[in-house]
Design a protein around this ligand. Structure first.
Ligand code: BMA
Length: 337
């Protein structure tokens, strides 16, 4: 049973409001002293006067392209004074493998009322779960909740809304969405970060003109006068694509979209740009990586100057930064361009 007509998307360009940082990639495997082959999909926030980054490390032999990256993932830690040059801690900050858990990855950081929370994906022997932990030192993490499978890409809003904690998330309903990837963005709320309910659909994949496969949350939202500004990842699949990275075949492309959610009811979309904010174009996004043409936003910081820093994993191999002015981003969403 298939509900949707499949249409390929064609060429995509980044918005003209976006500037990639000239120092990109900000973090690459060579910057990390314990030998990962891929360093990407980081969560970034400001905490106690510093920029903090928790990033994902995957391992293997990149030079031989024989990488089995997903077998030994762990998380790394870096600090920065300016959000651009990073000091990497000499050892990973977290890995979780036991009888049931295979790995944790794709961390997202949100400070709420002075405490730093980390959402993360967990591969387990019984499915993919979304986790939320709290940390004080970024080296020990107290897990507060784990969803039922399959769910991941969770991000927390930086304050309670209507008295409740709120998260965006991306469940994977396979049977009921035609037996193929056709995955949407949802939200849930919680009185205590442990028990989640009130789940609502936020963004269906069919609402995004540059996606034909799936969409999911990107970086945790930032607050503006016009609404919660938030990135999302949007995926298009083209069966005619072949080898595009270290894998034998990679047929997907990941872009970043941008939208505004209602301040009081974040399940309501106030506006969304109809074209991607960031599409793979720079050399570190389109070549030389494990999976080329992947942009995966995970950190967004609104500076007092109005500059928005957007941190994203590129080609599942390096971590990068793009900037834009908050007014331009809000305008893109409201104009729906
Ligand atoms: C998604 C996640 C991300 C990854 C992306 C592209 O499904 O696994 O961690 O960056 O695929 O490979």
């Amino acid at each position: 049973m298939t509900f949707h007509t499949f249409q390929t998307i064609g060429q995509l360009q980044s918005s003209s409001v976006i500037r990639r940082h000239p120092a990109n990639p900000l973090l690459a495997p060579k910057d990390v002293p314990y030998g990962p082959a891929m360093v990407f999909n980081a969560g970034v926030t400001k905490y106690e006067g510093k920029y903090v980054m928790v990033f994902r490390n995957d391992y293997g032999n990149a030079a031989e392209e024989t990488i089995e990256p997903h077998s030994t993932t762990n998380l790394g830690l870096a600090y920065s004074n300016d959000g651009i040059s990073w000091q990497v801690q000499s050892a990973p900050c977290w890995s979780w493998n036991d009888e049931e858990v295979i790995r944790v990855y794709d961390p997202r950081l949100t400070v709420i009322e002075g405490r730093c929370y980390m959402c993360f994906a967990v591969d387990t022997k019984h499915g993919l779960r979304g986790g939320i932990a709290v940390t004080e030192d970024f080296n020990s993490f107290e897990v507060l909740s784990l969803s039922v499978p399959d769910n991941r890409n969770m991000v927390l809003f930086p304050e309670r809304i209507g008295g409740k904690y709120v998260r965006l998330e991306r469940p994977f309903p396979v049977y009921s969405r035609g037996g193929i990837d056709r995955f949407d963005m949802w939200m849930s709320d919680s009185p205590d970060l442990a028990y989640w309910g009130g789940s609502k659909l936020v963004l269906g994949v069919e609402q995004v003109p540059f996606a034909n496969d799936k969409v999911g949350p990107g970086a945790p939202p930032v607050k503006t006068e016009k609404g919660w500004l938030t990135t999302f990842h949007a995926v298009d699949l083209d069966p005619s694509r072949g080898k595009n990275g270290w894998e034998a075949s990679w047929k997907k492309r990941y872009t970043s979209g941008i939208m505004l959610l209602d301040l009081e009811d974040p399940s309501r979309i106030v506006g969304m740009a109809k074209s991607p904010l960031l599409a793979p174009e720079a050399v570190y996004e389109t070549s030389g990586g494990f999976r080329n043409d992947v942009i995966f936003p995970g950190g967004m910081i609104l500076e007092d100057s109005g500059e928005v820093k957007i941190y994203y994993g590129a080609a599942d191999t390096v971590e990068c930064l793009a900037m834009a002015h908050v007014d331009d981003l809000v305008r893109l969403c409201l104009e729906g361009r």
